[in-house]
Design a protein around this ligand. Structure first.
Ligand code: TRP
Length: 346
């Protein structure tokens, strides 16, 4: 096809969030950037901000624009290779074909199909139907359009998104059966896991309650380290982390979740294998020393990241966005036109 890349496409969308935590950083942002670096020679990599997906549930719209730019800036601070010609970074709403293809796909999607999506069920649970948006309901259709416009084969998604990926395959196959070869069908979830490696079960826990995931919705903020926290303040949060009374360090999520969480965070911060960190600390009886080491590493990490964030040249980011968006519009419009022809609109 004219504008389509000769390389296979890896595509992923990262939602714009504010108040990102170290859990988001090590669990989502860094793996995404490592993936881009690793594959950017042999694949075309599409990383986009699904900004149209940002308000399927209510948000503060006065902050959205700032959040989008903040996230892009953060990705660059975290090492996103802006200069690679195979890496494309774009905002969904700057490529209008996404919305238009979503509408067309909507007309071939069953209401029952969407009703069965577990994320929709979870997010709409207990809410009055009139308060649940149509955007939340057909969120997976827009996601399918995001993927199919570029003929992506590989889409790294967490477990919460694998049902949406399966739907993307279903609708692609359905359209191909009805209209002939329109879409590249993305690989099934199992193949995706083989390609990317099933996530290694990274789970950064709340510092105050290590039984639950570290999440920005924690109200006190004491158990959560935000990427924008002052390094000193973050170090204090580590020093105040809940541990246990067993008095001996061991990597054990069941018996010593607090200590284990600290060991894990430490390995991530200093970029060493978990086993090496465990070998150094297991058997240690002074929790304070472990905490001090993690706190120092945390402060150093945040200082570095925040300095890199400040140093990001936003004009270079904008230039890259504009370039990618121009190219992606060509690819996406090309696919859209095929679909428009197939359904009789052209
Ligand atoms: N739904 C994804 C999430 O919530 C974000 C997303 C939107 C996405 N469109 C996508 C991910 C296309 C991969 C491919 O995290």
């Amino acid at each position: 096809m004219l504008f389509r890349s000769s390389k296979q496409v890896i595509l992923t969308g990262i939602r714009a969030n504010n108040d990102l935590t170290i859990g988001n950083y090590f669990g989502a942002i860094l793996p995404m950037i490592d993936m881009a670096k690793k594959h950017s020679k042999d694949y075309q990599i599409n990383l986009f901000i699904p900004d149209l997906h940002s308000f399927t549930t209510p948000i503060d719209h006065s902050k959205l624009q700032e959040q989008i730019m903040h996230n892009l800036r953060l990705f660059v601070a975290a090492g996103l290779p802006l200069d690679s010609p195979n890496v494309h970074i774009y905002r969904q709403s700057y490529v209008p074909a996404h919305s238009e293809l979503a509408w067309i796909l909507d007309c071939f999607t069953g209401v029952g199909e969407m009703n069965r999506m577990t994320q929709f069920k979870d997010k709409s649970k207990g809410l009055n139907d009139d308060r649940v948006s149509m955007g939340l309901f057909n969120y997976p259709v827009l996601m399918a359009a995001d993927i199919l416009l570029y003929g992506a084969s590989y889409v790294p998604v967490g477990d919460d998104q694998s049902q949406h990926l399966e739907f993307t395959r279903d609708i692609a196959i359905r359209m191909n059966e009805k209209f002939g070869d329109l879409f590249t069908v993305p690989e099934p979830v199992k193949k995706q896991h083989e390609f990317f490696g099933k996530d290694q079960g990274l789970r950064i826990k709340d510092l105050q309650n290590p039984l639950k995931k570290m999440s920005k919705s924690d109200e006190s903020g004491k158990g959560v380290v935000f990427l924008g926290d002052e390094p000193e303040k973050a170090a204090k949060k580590i020093m105040a982390a809940a541990t246990d009374s067993l008095g001996k360090v061991k990597f054990d999520w069941v018996k010593q979740p607090g200590i284990t969480n600290l060991l894990q965070i430490y390995a991530l911060l200093v970029e060493k294998p978990q086993a090496e960190i465990n070998a150094r600390w297991e058997g240690e009886t002074k929790y304070g020393e472990l905490k001090k080491a993690v706190a120092d590493a945390m402060a150093g990490f945040l200082q570095g990241l925040q300095a890199r964030y400040e140093a990001v040249d936003m004009s270079a980011v904008l230039e890259k966005l504009n370039k990618s968006e121009a190219e992606m519009n060509k690819v996406a419009n090309n696919t859209l036109e095929l679909v428009q022809k197939a359904v009789g609109l052209r």
